[in-house]
Design a protein around this ligand. Structure first.
Ligand code: HEC
Length: 103
């Protein structure tokens, strides 16, 4: 096995380990303790690590309904690209929405 092949196998593993380390030690679906790993990778770059805002507006404490929040994520808005369920599942979306809004 050459070094390039070896790195192509090691890199996804390291990414997986990095993603796992950001997961909460324990949480329930009803009261998520943190934002999802997908939020960290897909949304935090624009909305901030704690969804406090950055390039995109703050999402923490959002007054949007789950339906409106979902519609914006699935369709995109202005400079924000659309995210399908393959990138950001309905379960992750509703968990993050609950974390951000307490709804
Ligand atoms: C490329 C940067 C970028 C990324 C990545 C991004 N957003 Fe956004 N988002 C924005 C911008 C900019 C706006 C404001 C859009 C507008 O004014 O039309 C926005 C708006 C929103 C809104 C509406 C907020 C409001 O109060 O009106 C929601 C909800 C939202 N984003 C959720 C998400 C989620 C969830 C993700 C990850 C799946 C995400 N965004 C990824 C830039 C981004």
């Amino acid at each position: 096995m050459n070094i390039t092949r070896a790195m192509s196998l090691v890199s996804p593993l390291m990414l997986t380990l990095a993603a796992c380390s950001t997961k909460p030690a324990s949480h329930t679906a009803a009261a998520p303790a943190t934002l999802s790993a997908s939020f960290n990778s897909a949304c935090a770059g624009c909305h901030g690590d704690s969804a406090q805002g950055g390039f995109g507006p703050a999402l923490a404490g959002s007054q949007l309904s789950l339906a409106d929040f979902t519609a914006i994520v699935r369709a995109g808005s202005g400079p924000m690209p659309a995210f399908g369920a393959a990138d950001y599942s309905d379960a992750q979306l509703s968990s993050d929405f609950a974390f951000l809004t307490g709804k």
